[in-house]
Ligand binder design. Structure first.
Ligand SMILES: NC(=O)c1ccc[n+]([C@@H]2O[C@H](COP(=O)([O-])OP(=O)(O)OC[C@H]3O[C@@H](n4cnc5c(N)ncnc54)[C@H](OP(=O)(O)O)[C@@H]3O)[C@@H](O)[C@H]2O)c1
Length: 327
């Protein structure tokens, strides 16, 4: 008999009032769709902006409700091994880079997510959690941190000594970009709307922090974009000729003026990036262990208090990741 478990889920979607559909209550334990799947006991999971998009109905249709939220998880498998779950679920017949599978989904899009006591995942998606990383640290890696890793080192192809501007200083992805880029010897510049957040970004390893939209002392090799409409024009204007914008998100809107004249005249590249592969997640985990890099955690709270975490993220008041613990 599959018993009830505590879960944080979308019971409705509302574009204007996303938290109205957020429910914290019992749900049945997840079923495994095939013998290639297994169930893990979640110890920690982390909040991503993706969870707010889901509650707004972006990427989550009403016919899939109720849907347990959460893309990231670290926990214990059925044999007692400590594991990290890679969130990108491909079609069983897909081979190659998982992020390129047109039928891929993330946990919480088609299959129940990680904000619960248990989550079902394909066995292939599990990676060993090294003892050096806490469950809380490990739960930050599969989405925001993996995305940042791929943006900088795979899609951005960046090298030590180059200068990179990160739009936004405080988000899950933005803090990951700053810490990872800085660890790799890249000169990291950030923007933020708040003086206090700019000061914190400098503590994290940013070389310089600017007010959002400020003129920079020199143009940069690449810009890391996750904000979209509010920062796009500044991103395009901040690049050297031949520079690259790597974009993985558009929190403030998808349709800014494209600045096409600058893009062709200055031979700029606009490169999309989404999540990362299992192999890249493995490399990110090793980087964290070998170089002592750790995710930036704003706060940790039990699953049953998740609403408070969602409110903080909606208000734009986070500095790094919000982690939910299932114990
Ligand atoms: N494609 C993918 O695989 C992928 C993976 C991860 C994330 N994403 C996307 O990337 C975005 C960020 O995700 P996240 O989890 O890091 O979210 P988050 O923690 O909520 O991000 C907050 C960040 O957004 C900035 N921001 C918010 N509103 C802004 C505004 N009006 N003007 C300027 N800056 C603003 C903040 O900058 P301040 O410092 O100024 O407050 C802060 O750095 C989301 O849209 C998410 O869906 C995509």
């Amino acid at each position: 008999m599959i018993g009830p478990m505590l879960a944080v889920f979308a019971s409705a979607v509302d574009r204007e009032d996303p938290l109205s559909g957020l429910t914290i209550d019992d749900r049945p334990e997840p079923e495994t769709p095939s013998a290639d799947w297994t169930t893990i006991t979640v110890k920690a999971a982390s909040l991503n902006h993706h969870d707010l998009w889901s509650l707004r109905g972006v990427g989550l249709n009403e016919d899939r409700l109720p849907m347990i939220l959460g893309c990231d998880a670290a926990g214990v498998d059925e044999d007692g091994n400590e594991v990290i779950a890679h969130s990108v679920i491909t079609d069983p017949d897909w081979h190659g880079d998982e992020t390129l599978d047109p039928r891929r989904s993330l946990l919480s899009e088609r299959h129940p997510g990680t904000f619960a006591e248990k989550v079902a995942v394909p066995k292939w998606n599990l990676l060993p959690k090294p003892p050096e990383l806490s469950f809380e640290d490990a739960a930050c890696l599969p989405t925001a941190w993996l995305t940042a890793y791929r943006m900088l080192f795979v899609r951005g192809g960046l090298a030590p000594g180059q200068t990179v501007l990160v739009q936004g200083a405080t988000g899950g992805a933005a803090t990951a970009l700053t810490v990872l880029g800085s660890a790799a010897g890249i000169r990291m510049w950030v923007t933020s709307r708040s003086e206090e957040k700019r000061a914190k970004a400098l503590e994290l390893g940013a070389d310089q922090a600017f007010e959002s939209g400020a003129r920079l002392p020199e143009r940069v090799d690449a810009v890391m974009e996750t904000i979209g409409e509010a920062t796009w024009a500044h991103s395009v204007r901040s690049l050297k000729p031949g520079g690259t914008i790597v974009i993985s998100g558009a929190t403030t809107g998808y349709a800014p003026p494209a600045e096409l004249n600058r893009i062709f005249f200055l031979q700029l590249s606009v490169v999309g990036s989404t999540m990362g592969t299992r192999e890249e997640l493995g490399r990110l985990i090793r980087l964290c262990v070998d170089k002592g890099v750790r995710p930036v955690i704003h706060t940790t709270m039990p699953l049953r208090d998740a609403r408070q975490g969602f409110e903080t993220m909606l208000a734009g008041e986070t500095f790094g990741k919000i982690v939910l613990t299932a114990d």
